[in-house]
Design a protein around this ligand. Structure first.
Ligand SMILES: *Cc1c(COP(=O)(O)O)cnc(C)c1O
Length: 401
């Protein structure tokens, strides 16, 4: 009876009703506990109800909720300075979401060439399997037919090439190209990391051609892969970068980071937002950074990533009929399934472990970065139980045939 509900029918919602969360755990109204390895799709980077974030949000809520961007906003300059200090960026624009951060990056790139006497350079090269959001421009950038269908003419100016195909990218660069836009690790596309050498080659190509490199680190950023940003593994820097998800720890916000040069067209009045960089968001973002920038934090992410990836590799050896491959970096891990990925997500849900399906028949594991080794091992035994259940089901069907 979907029609009886006043909400849009755009989501196929899971039946559990969650009421509260703590750390890596979610609890339903009925008091059932689930181990949350979905983390709101890489959003709850510090888990649920992290005391430092709760305190930051409550503290700000008692002072000031909202101010127009015609004023200096508490926390905005500080967060921008801190982000600039730990990245390639000189300039930051705050948004409410990942897609808006991408929109800002796209506009910044186009505008850069516009003010530098090359207005014809507005096209952006993207890769198959990409996901950059659900606005009209970002569905055009992502290029996936299932998200474009029925929404009118595709926004002009995006050229798509096959995943990981450097020659195709080189061939696609023209006099009208402004930028190349990629995710260092495709998230929705099936946890597909771009090799380090590939990212280095892209950086070199952009330098040679005088075009901009835009990275979408909305999912892979803010500690998720064991570095503050995934591109650091390749030892390169982009000209522009979109972030969101993990930086808010559950409070909705994103940011577009830029070099001074790339942002040279973004002068007074060229872009804006009512809510972006809101005081509440900035208080939480600064609190997230307090924790993620602590000395041992990323080492912890890498330690747990090792526990998980080794455990998953051994499950792959023991269940070759169900697992084809384990992929990903840090705590952005994917189980490439031999059978249906949805069946595995459901079987894991049965074991009270939450994960997210992704493209290419993959199950994504994105635990909060504060997950402990014990909780990682707990998740592994739940995954094993789910695999056991699926393989005994398979044996039964074989017998019936
Ligand atoms: C989630 C995501 C987006 C879109 O973010 P929204 O906040 O949903 O707009 C863009 N790019 C990547 C890589 C993402 O994972």
């Amino acid at each position: 009876m979907a029609d009886a509900k006043p909400l849009y029918d755009t989501y196929n919602r899971a039946p559990m009703l969650f009421e509260r969360g703590e750390g890596v755990w979610l609890e339903t109204q009925g008091g059932e506990r689930y181990l949350d390895f979905a983390a709101g799709i890489a959003v709850n980077s510090l888990g649920h109800a992290h005391p430092h974030l709760v305190e930051a949000l409550k503290g700000q809520a008692e002072k000031l909720w909202h101010l127009s961007n015609i004023h200096e906003i508490p926390g905005q300059t500080r967060l921008a300075e801190r982000l600039a200090a730990v990245t390639f960026a000189d300039k930051v624009f705050f948004t409410n979401s990942g897609a808006e951060a991408l929109e800002c990056a796209i506009k910044t790139a186009r505008r850069h060439f516009y003010v530098n006497g090359q207005p014809e350079r507005f096209r952006i090269i993207t890769m198959e399997g990409a996901f950059h959001g659900r606005t009209l421009a970002t569905i055009a950038a992502g290029g996936q037919a299932k998200y474009l269908e029925g929404f009118g003419p595709k926004v002009e100016g995006f050229d798509q090439v096959p995943f990981g195909d450097l020659e195709a990218i080189k061939a696609a660069v023209s006099d009208e190209t402004a930028a190349i836009l990629v995710e260092p690790v495709q998230g929705e596309g099936g946890v597909r990391p771009l090799p380090k050498e590939f990212l280095r080659a892209l950086r070199e190509l952009c330098n040679d051609q005088g075009i901009l490199l835009i990275l979408d680190e909305v999912q892979s950023g803010v500690g998720r892969t064991g570095k503050l940003f995934a591109h650091e593994w390749a030892g390169i820097t982009p000209d522009l970068m979109a972030i969101a998800k993990g930086i808010g720890g559950g409070f909705p916000f994103g940011a577009c980071l830029s070099t001074r040069e790339a942002a040279d067209g973004m002068t007074v009045g060229t872009h804006g937002t009512t809510y972006g960089g809101n005081p509440l968001a900035m208080a939480v973002g600064n609190a997230v950074l307090d924790v993620i920038l602590e000395d041992s934090f990323l080492a912890h992410v890498n330690d747990i990533a090792l526990v998980l990836s080794q455990g998953l590799a051994s499950l792959k050896d023991r269940y070759p009929a169900l697992i084809e491959d384990i992929r990903g970096t840090g705590l952005l891990l994917g189980i490439k399934c031999a059978k249906s990925n949805m069946d595995l997500v459901m079987a894991m849900r049965n074991e009270h472990l939450l994960a997210v399906p992704a493209g290419d028949n993959v199950v994504r594991l994105l635990p909060p970065l504060i997950v402990t080794a014990e909780e990682a091992r707990d998740a592994l035994s739940r995954i094993e139980a789910a695999l056991d259940m699926l393989s005994s089901k398979d044996t039964q069907t074989d017998r019936m045939q």
